[in-house]
Design a protein around this ligand. Structure first.
Ligand SMILES: C[S@@+](CC[C@H](N)C(=O)[O-])C[C@H]1O[C@@H](n2cnc3c(N)ncnc32)[C@H](O)[C@@H]1O
Length: 202
């Protein structure tokens, strides 16, 4: 049952039925802050993992990043493409399963960004995801990861994300550079999110 989340049709249906309650309808405040404080080097490449309707991807492109945005839901990408068109944002949209991206393409990224995507995967795939992120990053690349929801949950999506477990899994591949609990979350997500930045050493 839990594996249903591995199918794009599951996500397509949620989007079609307007059950996409995670959707902020606006860029993520924490991501905007990172852009504004010039955390990202302009003209670097970024992959938005599970981009949904594309708000953060568009902001990243407007900032001057070279943006690729992957999502395996055709519904989500259709909305994201429309938004990008309206905003004249140039984005390389990839209708793909992120778990197979590194085999399908040789492109590697300076940054990968994940918000509310990790918690949507079946929890059995977490180690595989860390390995996937490692494969998709360039050397010295950064994984910008907002952990959500950092609480125990008996079911999902979203599946609960335990910070210590996450550090253990990702540290097999990457180095944790910073962890910040004091971030600008929207009201219902206050105290339920942590910003982690990981670096790929080699
Ligand atoms: C909960 S939504 C979050 C979307 C977006 N990050 C946001 O914050 O609005 C999870 C997204 O990840 C996508 N997704 C889930 N598993 C995926 C996979 N294996 N490959 C690519 N996209 C995936 C879903 O289609 C969905 O758009």
């Amino acid at each position: 049952m839990i594996n249903i989340v591995n199918n794009p049709e599951f996500w397509d249906d949620l989007y079609k039925d307007k059950l996409d309650r995670w959707d902020l309808k606006t860029p993520t405040p924490v991501f905007l802050e990172l852009l504004n404080k010039e955390f990202f080097n302009q003209k670097s490449s970024i992959l938005i993992a599970g981009c949904g309707k594309g708000y953060d991807a568009v902001e990243a492109a407007e900032f001057g990043l070279n943006v690729s945005a992957v999502d395996f839901s055709a519904e989500a990408l259709e909305s994201a493409r429309k938004l990008a068109l309206n905003k004249n944002a140039i984005i390389n949209f990839l209708l793909e399963d992120i778990f197979s991206l590194s085999e399908k393409s040789e492109t590697r990224y300076d940054y990968i960004y994940d918000y509310v995507t990790y918690c949507s995967f079946s929890p059995q795939r977490r180690y595989e995801y860390a390995k996937t992120i490692y494969s998709l990053l360039k050397e010295n690349g950064r994984f910008v990861f907002i952990l959500f929801p950092v609480e125990k949950r008996s079911a999902g999506p979203p599946f609960g994300v335990d910070e210590q477990e996450t550090i253990k899994i990702f540290s097999e591949f990457l180095t944790l550079e910073s962890a910040d609990r004091n971030i600008n979350s929207i009201k219902p997500r206050k105290g339920r999110e942590i910003l982690h930045i990981y670096r790929k050493d080699k």
